[in-house]
Design a protein around this ligand. Structure first.
Ligand code: FES
Length: 352
């Protein structure tokens, strides 16, 4: 027996049992917009932006949470769907203040894209004022509740992706809010500042404090690299403007981290621009450091190693590879000690 099939926008398509309508559509190149849906997490059906029309169904259904069924006849862009989606976007925009002019996420905001795509140039509903004050007292993340659409992606990112369980939904009705712990500041809660909530926020409700006003998506060049901290090899996108990093995000589909980062990988890049950073090798003479060339420093170190090994044997020397080195450098370091110096006195400093 073959796979079940359905009709999607007039096209007959086979699908794998267990797939949602959204998954079938995406696998077949059909775009259905989403806001609350977070890949790999259980669908919550919170935003209703992904509604589609299924023949015979009484109402439109959320494609992210509705399993595909054999014989379904689905329309993703019917007049009814587009009208309802536009209404949903208008209602979302009527909750809080969605002023794009100085928003950090302008140009990289799903709500902005949806409003544009559906021609929402005026909001027909009274705007609900947001009762919760912006939080920027913590060192890394600004929480602007006037821009929050309560999609819950940040909650899933915290609870299900990073499993930190620091934030959740709080209050009800117009007072509804994403809260940290019993509604305290991030820095007073269990938050570890991995910043995954910021990365998954589809609007400008959560932004990186350090990058504010330094460059938005149109201003930066994304440079993919490997995190310089531990040896896991997490993949980062450096957002670079005028040769300076203004923000770091995880590479969404890149192994091994699949978009996830820790606080160091996401926020710990200040050291690059520190005035105290050593830029040349230093050699200590008579108790004082003096600047030296790489050739001079390397010759000195090599000669010292040779001298000690000749006098006391290879086990008289030891090496500790820096935790900020890349895996390849640490590998070469242990090769140098084991294969060249003939000692196993080699370790890796795991803490920074
Ligand atoms: Fe399906 Fe939000 S993406 S309800």
């Amino acid at each position: 027996m073959g796979n079940p099939s359905l009709t999607l926008n007039g096209r007959s398509i086979e699908f794998e049992p267990g797939q949602t309508i959204l998954e079938v559509a995406r696998a077949n190149g059909v775009t259905i917009p989403t806001l609350c849906h977070l890949k790999g997490c259980h669908p919550t059906g919170a935003c209703r932006v992904c509604l589609v029309e299924v023949a015979g169904a009484r109402s439109l259904v959320a494609s992210c949470s509705t399993p595909a069924d054999n014989g379904m006849n689905i329309q993703t862009n019917s007049e009814r769907v587009l009208k309802t989606r536009k209404l949903t976007v208008e209602l979302l925009m009527a909750s809080g203040k969605h002023n794009c002019i100085t928003c950090e996420r302008s140009g990289d905001c799903t709500l902005q894209d949806l409003a544009y795509a559906h021609g929402v140039d005026e909001i027909r509903f009274p705007v609900t004022p947001q009762p919760h004050a912006t939080e920027d007292a913590n060192p890394f993340i600004i929480r602007d509740f006037t821009r929050c659409i309560l999609c819950g992606r940040c909650v899933q990112a915290c609870q299900d992706v990073q499993v930190n369980r620091a934030i959740s939904f709080g209050y009800r009705g117009p007072k509804a809010k994403i809260i940290a712990g019993p509604d305290v500041r991030y820095d007073q809660s269990d938050c570890v500042f991995c910043g995954q909530c910021v990365q998954e926020c589809p609007v400008g409700a959560l932004v990186e404090k350090k990058g504010k006003f330094l460059g938005r998506v149109k201003d930066v060049q994304k440079v993919r690299t490997t995190c310089p901290y531990c040896g896991v090899g997490c993949q980062l996108n450096l957002h670079v403007k005028d040769g300076k990093i203004v923000k770091v995000t995880g590479v969404e589909d890149g192994a091994p981290n699949k978009g996830r980062l820790c606080v160091k990988g996401r926020f710990g890049y200040d050291f690059i621009y520190s005035d105290e950073r050593l830029k040349t090798p230093l050699i200590k003479e008579n108790g004082e450091f003096r600047e030296a060339s790489w050739d001079e420093a390397l010759d000195l170190v090599a000669n010292k190693f040779k001298e000690i090994i000749a006098k006391h044997g290879p086990d008289a020397v030891a090496g500790v590879s820096c935790a900020r080195s890349i895996n390849e450098d640490s590998y070469q370091m242990q090769k140098l000690f084991r294969a060249v110096f003939k000692t196993n006195n080699i370790d890796h400093c795991a803490r920074t």
